[in-house]
Design a protein around this ligand. Structure first.
Ligand SMILES: [Ca+2]
Ligand SMILES: [Ca+2]
Length: 182
């Protein structure tokens, strides 16, 4: 994980007794980070995002001679700085062909779904990664994957939706993070 950030903050101190001084420092900031999956199957399995950061430091100084420092640091990687890149779907073999850039390279391929299905993509679990799915207009079934890997069309999320002849759509229609429980 690499990160660059700017932070600002303040330090307050308080004498707990005549010989004991407590200093508390709180820093807040925002940075831009790249996180790589260590055991990922793809060495380009990076995730980029804005990273709000908070640093808290407690220092206790006893009689101006001994000090104890406690620090806590937290990072949150969000998906707000990601961007979309193109892909294609080959109906003859239900093959997703995805690129993570804007050149002619193919970075990810995945077979998903039976012949006749229609492609759909979206971030089904809110982790910032767009993944594949298929709509079967013959059976009125949505099958969605949370990874961009080949499958037999069963998918991580399956439910009935739509009628024969419909085309699938995906979007965050209400702008809410919560998934309604049906
Ligand atoms: Ca996702
Ligand atoms: Ca929504």
């Amino acid at each position: 994980m690499s990160t660059t950030a700017v932070s600002g903050g303040t330090t307050v101190e308080r004498w707990l007794s005549g010989h004991l001084l407590l200093q508390a420092t709180l820093l807040g900031g925002v940075g831009y980070a790249a996180v790589q999956t260590i055991n990922g199957t793809n060495d380009r399995d990076y995730h980029y995002g804005m990273t709000p950061q908070a640093v808290e430091t407690l220092r206790m100084v006893a009689a101006n001679r001994v000090s104890f420092d406690v620090s806590a640091r937290q990072y949150f990687v969000t998906g707000v700085a990601g961007f979309d890149t193109p892909g294609t779907f080959r109906p003859s073999s239900s093959l997703f062909i995805l690129s993570i850039g804007f050149s002619s390279t193919v970075d990810i391929t995945a077979f998903f779904g039976a012949p006749g299905v229609r492609p759909i993509v979206g971030d089904w679990d809110g982790d910032g990664v767009t993944t594949i799915g298929v709509f079967n207009p013959g059976t009125g079934t949505m099958a969605l994957n949370n990874t961009n890997t080949s499958g037999n069309g069963v998918g991580d999320i399956v439910f009935s939706f739509g009628l024969n002849g419909d085309s699938p759509l995906a979007g965050d229609w209400d702008g809410k993070a919560e998934v309604p429980v049906n």
